[in-house]
Design a protein around this ligand. Structure first.
Ligand code: AMP
Length: 281
């Protein structure tokens, strides 16, 4: 069935209040649209946890830097609605920017911890302020019981989890494994930017992380393995922002010779497109 679309906070609250009155739980899936199988996996996981699934579609200008791809970010609401109908989502919140950021809007959430790990935050200084602000607003606007976030954006998942915990937001944040193309490339709305040749190379990010994980499992020092992964990407023509091993829970640089859980994270440019990926060891 085609999900209902609401565009105002008032209409959103009306719909979610009906669910509450019927004692139904619901999960929120925040997205920027241009939906792919990765987003739909979040919807599927939401349906596992809650009675209803609310998907939000909002290209949040506040999380884009001045020189980033806001103006060319892909948009396809009709296509998104069709995919969400197929996936079994119940409600779509797709507000215009002025509904979200009223005139004189002046509040952001101040983040530390995983938001200051010298990863995405180093290369996109405004990103997490923008993400935390919109996500906090969406949590408050919707009152969702569960919130589904992709491991694909691993640092974001940790930042949102930390924010919800620290600010006592009554929502359970759930991480969903990364959906990949058959060759391993993490699905992303930004993959649409890739030329055919770039798309061919793009799989190297995941491959280099997998190789590094294998080496680390067989005893190679994590940072040595990651330096080799970074070099291999540079040789292929990528411009590497970071390729690094971090503590999987805090994103701190791991102690040497420790057996702490590791996450391998990468961000690299291929041509004009910036791709990110991460895997566990
Ligand atoms: P976006 O629309 O790119 O902001 O992403 C919305 C949500 O979908 C975020 O929680 C992302 O982490 C998640 N997501 C994006 N790509 C994938 C993927 N390939 N697999 C799983 N989740 C994803």
């Amino acid at each position: 069935m085609k999900p209902k679309i609401v565009r105002t906070i008032e209409a959103l609250r009306r719909e979610t209040a009906k669910w509450r009155n019927d004692d139904l739980t619901f999960a929120i899936v925040p997205t920027m649209g241009a939906l792919h199988e990765g987003h739909l996996a979040l919807v599927a996981e939401g349906l596992e946890h809650a009675d209803k699934v609310l998907v939000t579609i909002f290209v949040n200008a506040r999380q884009f830097g001045a020189n980033e791809d806001l103006s060319r970010y892909p948009r396809d609401e009709a296509g998104d609605v069709a995919k969400l109908a197929e996936a079994g989502a119940h409600l779509i919140f797709a507000p215009p920017p002025e509904e979200v950021y009223g005139e004189g809007f002046a509040t952001t959430v101040v983040l530390k911890g995983p938001a200051k790990a010298n990863l995405e935050d180093k290369f996109r200084p405004h990103f997490f302020d923008g993400v935390a602000t919109i996500v906090a607003k969406l949590f408050i606007q919707s009152g969702a019981d569960f919130a589904m976030f992709g491991e694909k954006d691993y640092q974001q998942l940790l930042v949102v989890t930390q924010m919800a915990r620290d600010l006592d937001m009554p929502v359970r944040v759930i991480g969903v494994p990364t959906m990949r193309a058959p060759d391993g490339l993490a699905l992303s709305s930004r993959n649409q930017y890739l030329t055919k040749t770039e798309r061919g190379y793009a799989t190297a990010i995941h491959k280099s992380l997998m190789q590094a994980a294998e080496k680390i499992r067989s005893g190679t020092d994590p940072q040595k393995a990651m330096r080799a992964a970074s070099r291999s990407l540079t040789t292929l023509g990528f411009k590497v922002d970071y390729v690094t091993a971090r503590n999987a829970e805090t994103l701190a640089v791991p102690q040497s010779h420790s057996d702490e859980p590791l996450r391998l994270l990468a961000a690299a440019w291929i041509g004009k497109t910036r791709l990110i990926d991460n895997i566990e060891v």
